[in-house]
Design a protein around this ligand. Sequence first.
Ligand SMILES: Nc1ncnc2c1ncn2[C@@H]1O[C@H](COP(=O)(O)OP(=O)(O)OP(=O)(O)O)[C@@H](O)[C@H]1O
Length: 248
Amino acid sequence: MDKLLQVENLNKDKILHKVSFEMKQGEMLAVMGPSGSGKSTLLYNVSGMDQPTGGKVWLGDTEITGLSEEAKADLRLHRMGFIFQQMNMIANLNILDNILLPVMQANKGKGGKSKSELIAEAKRRMRQLSISELGSRQITQVSGGQLQRACICRSIMNEPEILFADEPTGALNKSAAVEVVAELLKLNREGMSILMVTHDSKVASTCDRIMYLLDGSIRGELALGKLGSSMEKQREERVNKWLMDMGW
Ligand SMILES: Nc1ncnc2c1ncn2[C@@H]1O[C@H](COP(=O)(O)OP(=O)(O)OP(=O)(O)O)[C@@H](O)[C@H]1O
């Protein structure tokens, strides 16, 4: 697999300390660690949402840390997708318009796709995520799991190279969380690279690899490989044992 993301000696104030790791194309990587260990800060600094105080980050051949704010915003819009626990949907737009908002922005100007093409594309993806009936609903008129699936839909409309997910199941009940993880796994099997912060060892155990962050440094890593159709319980037990060893 080719290298997709490279993080080298990343520092952020007193929060992150010389964090280095790589991610391969098609990988699904989880970041775990206690509350306050710097997981979200890591995600924001790797994706260019925040400016690190030291170190370098590359997405493919692009050094993100060397870009202007404007170029970073452009890169996030075109090459990255984001899913958050708080979902960040606009309250006075319906689900379809929320899904369309960033991709319309990305297709502004010459050579971009037309609105009707984008609507057709959104509807196709909404069908895949089992939310095709919900386009005209307000965001308060759908369940938490449906809303997060709409967020996943929004995040992939630009066909990003990488998806950043910060606690994507954190606000969901158990069955909605299972559905959302299943959608993320499906996307990953289709080739999407995913970097995900999670508190949930069951969610992390579906990932190819887990990094453990403590006090802003990576203290350990567990390589699990792709999730097969069986052995889910054994994977989970392995992850829980490793987390105990890490002091979780
Ligand atoms: N904007 C900020 N300014 C100053 N300190 C911050 C800021 N954001 C986070 N911190 C601090 O940085 C540390 C790491 O926070 P971060 O949110 O990255 O941790 P986390 O591991 O994601 O935690 P949680 O699991 O609780 O979400 C914490 O001590 C937090 O208080």
